[in-house]
Ligand binder design. Structure first.
Ligand SMILES: Nc1nc2c(ncn2[C@@H]2O[C@H](COP(=O)(O)OP(=O)(O)OP(=O)(O)O)[C@@H](O)[C@H]2O)c(=O)[nH]1
Ligand SMILES: [Mg+2]
Length: 460
């Protein structure tokens, strides 16, 4: 975890210096991006980052989530200051009085980084650093940092790198405008300008290369998906707020060996597994979690990965129900908004309230009355799992139709496939072949139509 912290400091005041080192190294290695060696060395020896948190919000401030993000990033929180205001100050995020307070309190708490709960404009960030005299990092940088540390697949790593480059590029531009204003004299413009121009060009080149590579990987996924499409297995995606228990539920439902950790954004790359549901094979996909103020670079970057969610026949929305109704509603609406953003807003939904082992009777009653369609479960303690399986099956069954088929004995392969695809299958060997009565999805029913027994099977 300690190695998560260096990047945070690096992104802030030394962002451009670090970034230049990164790009120089990039040039030398002609390879994939990684953290510069010097900074890796620093990581090991560096004392823990001590963050002082700030937020400007019109609502009741709550920095609990930022604290959790920082904890996940391996950074200690030493204090916080919030200001109730309609909109953040355009130049300095907080008002000037509050800024002075922060400067004193952060110093007294021996903080070595200020972390802001919102994404800052490059200008706000620069001004804050100038006023406070210590590095300032925003929520987006923290989330990007966590994603960078948790990405495992080639695809995930490239997507995070792309998001980080885009974020940094905006800041380099910011710094450049700043220099431009400062400069104007002999010696300040030329070299500075060309260095930053070069860096920006390199960053842009790298962005194009990453986009190309991601497009290639996307094409590969398309092929894999085409194979799956052929099998026409119904699929559901487990979606929801980060840390809701999606991976735990995935493991409980499918026995998949997915990693489960009490930290935010543990899962980044989707995992898909087969599972049996009433004798039929369906696919379950565990996906990346969402969060309030998810950096837009990441929504876009993970668009490719989230294709899995988009093409699911059902989205099982998992929410942590052990928290208050107010907090839960906020998480529910964040997830719904993000699903809309990634164009997965129209799929059928099943709401699953997880962690009910942590909820008392009163809260369970409240959940039942406020969310009558939801399934209450504990993925960890395996409570309510049978009911959940039945509810998922019911959604799939709803979209199925009854078929009555007569298949020749020679159609062994089709018959075996039918067993995977069909629900409620009944078969009987007759003199003319195998008579099969079952429920099939519309797609599959169309493919088996040539075996249909005349005048039947259309009752749905
Ligand atoms: N008490 C309780 N804890 C649970 C339950 N389900 C999951 N957890 C815990 O919640 C934490 C997060 O679980 P995960 O399954 O990793 O959550 P996730 O939604 O996959 O999280 P990300 O991948 O980080 O978005 C872990 O510490 C789990 O043990 C539950 O039913 N009850
Ligand atoms: Mg997970």
């Amino acid at each position: 975890m300690a190695n998560r912290s260096c990047h945070l400091a690096g992104v802030a005041s030394a962002r451009c210096a670090l970034y230049t080192a990164y790009l120089v190294q990039e040039r030398n290695r002609h390879g994939r991006a990684s953290t510069p060696k010097s900074s890796r060395g620093e990581r090991e020896g560096r004392a823990k980052q001590r963050a002082y948190c700030i937020a400007a919000t019109p609502e009741e401030p709550n920095l609990q989530e930022l604290h959790e993000l920082l904890e996940t990033a391996g950074v200690a929180v030493v204090g916080e200051l919030t200001q109730r205001r309609e909109t953040p100050h355009p130049n300095t995020y907080l008002g000037s009085g509050k800024l002075q307070e922060v400067a004193q309190l952060a110093k007294a708490a021996d903080a070595n980084v200020i972390v802001c709960d919102d994404e800052l404009t490059p200008r706000q960030e620069r001004n804050l650093e100038a006023e406070l005299g210590i590095p300032v990092v925003d929520r987006t940088a923290v989330i990007l940092d966590i994603f960078a540390g948790h990405a495992h697949s080639a695809d995930g790593k490239l997507q995070v790198e792309l998001a980080q480059l885009e974020y940094n590029l905006a800041r380099m531009r910011g710094l450049w405008t700043h220099l431009e204003r400062l400069g104007g004299g002999i010696g300040t413009r030329g070299p500075g300008e060309s260095q930053i121009e070069t860096d920006r060009r390199l960053a842009r080149d790298r962005i194009s290369a990453l986009r190309r590579r991601l497009a290639e990987l996307g094409a590969g996924r398309q092929t894999m998906r085409a194979e799956r499409e052929r099998a026409k297995l119904p699929m559901f995606a487990l979606a929801g707020y980060t840390n809701a228990g999606k991976s735990t539920l995935m493991a409980t439902l499918t026995g998949a060996d997915v990693e489960i950790r009490d930290r935010l954004f543990h899962t980044l790359d989707p995992t898909t597994r087969e599972m049996e549901l009433a004798g039929r094979t369906v696919l379950a996909t565990d996906t990346v979690g969402f969060i309030r103020k998810l950096p837009h670079q990441l929504v876009k970057a993970f668009g490719a990965t989230l294709e899995e969610t988009r093409r699911a026949d059902l989205i099982v929305h998992v929410v942590d129900a052990s928290v208050s109704e107010e907090e839960m509603s906020e998480m529910l609406s964040t997830v719904e908004m993000t699903l809309d953003d990634i164009e997965a807003g129209d799929q059928p939904r099943l709401l699953v309230c997880n962690k009910i082992d942590q909820a008392d009777e009163e809260r369970i009653g409240q959940l039942r009355s406020l969310h009558p369609g939801a399934v209450l479960i504990s993925a960890l303690k395996e409570i309510g799992i049978d009911e959940l399986r039945e509810r998922i099956e019911a959604v799939f069954l709803d979209e199925m139709q009854a078929v009555d088929l007569l298949m020749p004995f020679s159609a062994g392969a089709e018959l075996a496939e039918l067993h995977k695809l069909a629900a409620k299958i009944e078969r009987e060997d007759t003199a003319d072949g195998v008579r099969v009565q079952a429920m099939l999805s519309a797609d599959a029913a169309a493919r088996y139509e040539r075996f249909a027994v005349a005048n039947s099977g259309g009752e749905a």
